[in-house]
Design a protein around this ligand. Structure first.
Ligand code: AP5
Ligand code: MG
Length: 217
């Protein structure tokens, strides 16, 4: 399956993607995680991305689209993928359509995670992620690691993302409403959007998502 996951910052895209990708045997491709990996390796791309991410803005399409396409061209994504955080504006969605058409494949669904803003703020405020791999996500109250400050998956140190400060979160939410939400209408015209509530426990949301995806296909 080829799936796009969309939802506001802190909706639980990364959290759900880990389970959905495993259940569906497809790779989880997060442009945010790809940028963070470049930042920790201090690559030129990482240095460029960091300045935009820390301000809560989108990284320019010229670098983002190429990076996402390179990742989707890896052998593990040949038969499907779960995109998390890409596309994030209509021009990225159009570029994705062109790339998929060139490969003669199509998206199966766009899974839209709906969460009220006050919940998103609580989720982001308590989020801790792993220094070794930013796809390992925890929460100080809702999803506690077994040992405080230590990643359950790989033993890495947990920390709070630089862009999770109050001001940057406000900016990220604004960017989501103005630039990312329009892709939901873009995909609605293609009949691809499946909207679910992302409220409730993590495993309840995963079940809701799996049911919605099965119902859709
Ligand atoms: P990105 O890393 O994609 O961030 P985001 O979209 O803002 O989303 P988040 O990662 O903040 O939230 P999430 O929905 O994954 O929630 P999570 O699962 O962690 O992007 C960061 C930046 O990179 C962007 O601002 C931009 O600058 C740049 N960028 C990335 N892609 C780009 C693109 N395509 N174009 C241009 N720029 C791009 O969950 C949040 C917390 O809630 C966690 O602590 C989790 O444990 C907890 N939680 C999850 N589910 C539940 C639940 N059901 N109940 C209780 N708690 C829960
Ligand atoms: Mg995420």
């Amino acid at each position: 399956m080829r799936i796009v996951l969309v939802g506001p910052p802190g909706a639980g895209k990364g959290t759900q993607a880990a389970f959905l990708a495993k259940n569906l045997s497809i790779p989880h491709i997060s442009t945010g995680d790809l940028f963070r990996a470049n930042i920790s390796k201090q690559t030129e791309l990482g240095k460029l991305a960091k300045s935009y991410m820390d301000a809560g803005n989108l990284v320019p399409d010229e670098v983002t689209i190429g990076m996402a396409k390179d990742r989707m061209a890896q052998p593990d994504a040949e038969n499907g993928f779960l995109l998390d955080g890409f596309p994030r504006n209509v021009s990225q969605a159009e570029a994705l359509d062109v790339a998929l058409k060139a490969d003669d494949v199509k998206l199966d669904a766009v899974l839209d995670l709906e969460v009220p803003e006050d919940e998103v703020v609580k989720r982001i405020a308590g989020r801790r992620i792993c220094r070794k791999d930013s796809s390992h996500v925890f929460h100080v109250t809702y999803s506690q690691p077994k040992q405080e400050g230590v990643c359950d998956v790989c033993g890495g140190q947990l920390y709070q993302r630089e862009d999770d400060s109050e001001d940057t979160v406000r900016k990220r939410l604004e960017v989501y409403h103005t630039q990312t939400e329009p892709i939901i209408d873009y995909y609605r015209t293609q009949g691809l959007v499946v909207t679910i509530s992302a409220l409730g426990k993590v495993d309840e949301v995963t079940k809701r998502a799996m049911d919605a995806l099965k119902g859709d296909k």
